[in-house]
Design a protein around this ligand. Structure first.
Ligand SMILES: CC(=O)[C@@H](O)[C@H](O)COP(=O)(O)O
Ligand SMILES: NCC(=O)COP(=O)(O)O
Length: 254
């Protein structure tokens, strides 16, 4: 069974447009869980544009399902520019303290609108591997955000990570435009095969939605988990959160 981890970034984004706690991130986490979500994902960024460090602590205090924190391990502490919002402590400092069930390392640049590439481990493998080892020594499962690239996935295995998360934007884009759908999906199927050959658990995410998810879930081998936020939040505006979570579980074949 493929686990559905709901990403709450966009709930925090709406909350941050006022100096209130409405909508509440923990309350939305609980609503997702009550509706059948298997886990909760957040992706704090140094500018705390949506998920703030405090959200991570608040979620850690209440979650009984898998908590997955994603982010760039090389981001340093940053002062908050917003009164009443605590500073961003740096990604590794944050996850060392919280010790979530899973940490997904993502090679984000600071100015990026959203995540837009996986790791280049020819360049970064030597500095990623010690972080993987440290996180695992703290009892945290590790995952690395990766493009569906055979050589890079084999390098991911050499870092010692237990899982990878395939960056699915190219697949989502192919389905949306109707261009090169078969070739693109075939790359992800091959990526799943390579991950299995290397003994890596397989997660996936980015721009997955109710339309593109069923084929991906049915055809990519040994998929363990998807994390979905943007499209799921937009669907929830139309259909309600509980109905939407149930619809995504159905799209995963459950
Ligand atoms: C790693 C990944 O694909 C997601 O975490 C995605 O980056 C969501 O982040 P934003 O909500 O900031 O776009
Ligand atoms: N890891 C991907 C994720 O958490 C959510 O990505 P998106 O659905 O918001 O694009």
């Amino acid at each position: 069974m493929i686990a559905l981890s709901v990403n709450l970034n966009k709930i925090a984004l709406i909350r941050n447009s006022r100096d209130t706690t409405n909508p509440s991130v923990p309350e939305h986490a609980q609503m997702c869980i009550d509706a059948g979500a298997d886990g909760i994902t957040v992706h704090p960024r140094p500018d705390q544009r949506h998920i703030r460090a405090q959200d991570c602590f608040d979620l850690a205090a209440m979650l009984e399902v898998e908590f997955n924190i994603e982010g760039n391990p090389f981001t340093a502490a940053r002062k908050s520019e917003r009164p009443g919002v605590s500073d961003y402590p740096g990604f590794m400092e944050l996850v060392r303290e919280i010790r979530p069930a899973q940490v997904t390392l993502v090679p984000d640049g600071d100015g990026q609108l959203t995540s837009d590439h996986g790791f280049d481990l020819k360049k970064d493998g030597d500095r990623v591997a010690p972080l993987v080892a440290e996180l695992q020594s703290l009892g945290i499962r590790t995952s690395l955000f990766m493009d569906p690239d055979e050589e890079q996935i084999r390098l991911a295995a050499q870092t010692g990570t237990q899982r990878i998360e395939l960056y699915t934007e190219s697949y989502a884009h192919a389905v949306k435009t109707g261009e090169q759908v078969e070739e693109t999906l075939a790359r992800f199927v091959r990526a799943g095969e390579v991950a299995a050959e290397e003994g890596l658990g397989l997660n996936a995410g980015h721009d997955l939605d109710l339309h593109n998810l069923p084929r991906f879930a049915a055809e990519v081998p040994a998929l363990l988990e998807v994390s979905i936020g943007h499209a799921l939040t937009v669907d929830a505006i139309r259909m309600g959160l509980a109905t939407t979570v149930a619809a995504y579980q159905r799209a995963l074949g459950k």
